[in-house]
Design a protein around this ligand. Structure first.
Ligand code: ZN
Length: 205
């Protein structure tokens, strides 16, 4: 905890003064252009890997970058999506999976989650992705199974995302574009989903 407080002091002393103009503007303006939905994993830092400044990315981070399909009795994820798309009018939404994802690993390798009932419950939102990969991954290496599920999960969560009314409306009006990305922690490489082929290829600038 001491490290965090020290970090705040360093930010106030060394970082803030150099960007005081930006922060003064941001104090009364919130106009991010993209919604980034990533994993809570500490190693996947949205603003760092996309080189965005404060105010530019609206971020939702959940375990396994899961987006529950829309349902009555909206939750925090649904509310954040609705606000970003319906009020802030973001033009792009990115669902970003990543290598060595703990959530996807426990699903792919069927870890025993009886001691983690909330996690087990939450990971049901990736059930469609798991169904899609188990058929293909029989006998494959474990790492391959996890990598396959990470990608299938991005596809599934994009489908879930499109069930949210605000997203469905924006898609119908062509005011938002959905993107599927997979980030590799060890190399910094980023892949993007080619919607036409369903395959992931190196992200083009
Ligand atoms: Zn993860």
């Amino acid at each position: 905890m001491h490290d965090l407080a020290e970090g705040v002091q360093r930010f106030q002393r060394d970082v803030f003064p150099g960007q005081a103009g930006l922060f003064e503007r941001l104090a009364t303006t919130h106009r991010p252009t993209a919604l980034f939905i990533g994993c809570s994993d500490a190693r996947v830092v949205p603003e760092l890997i996309t080189q965005r400044a404060p105010g530019e990315l609206f971020v939702i981070r959940t375990a396994g970058n899961l987006v529950p399909a829309y349902a009555p009795g909206a939750d925090g994820v649904a509310a954040s999506i609705e606000y970003a798309v319906g009020v802030l009018d973001v033009t792009d939404v990115i669902v970003c999976g990543h290598s060595a994802c703990g959530a996807m690993t426990s699903l792919a390798l069927r870890h025993d989650l009886t001691g983690l009932p909330a996690v087990a419950d939450w990971l049901r939102h990736a059930e469609a992705a798991r169904s899609r990969t188990t058929a293909q991954a029989d006998g494959a290496e474990e790492a391959g199974e996890v990598a396959g599920l990470v990608r299938a999960n991005v596809l599934s969560q994009l489908a879930n995302l499109a069930t949210h009314p605000s997203v469905a409306r924006a898609l119908a009006q062509n005011t938002v574009t959905l993107h599927g990305w997979v980030y590799d922690i060890g190399t910094g490489a980023m892949e993007e989903l080619d919607a036409a082929t369903g395959r992931f290829t190196a992200l083009a600038a």
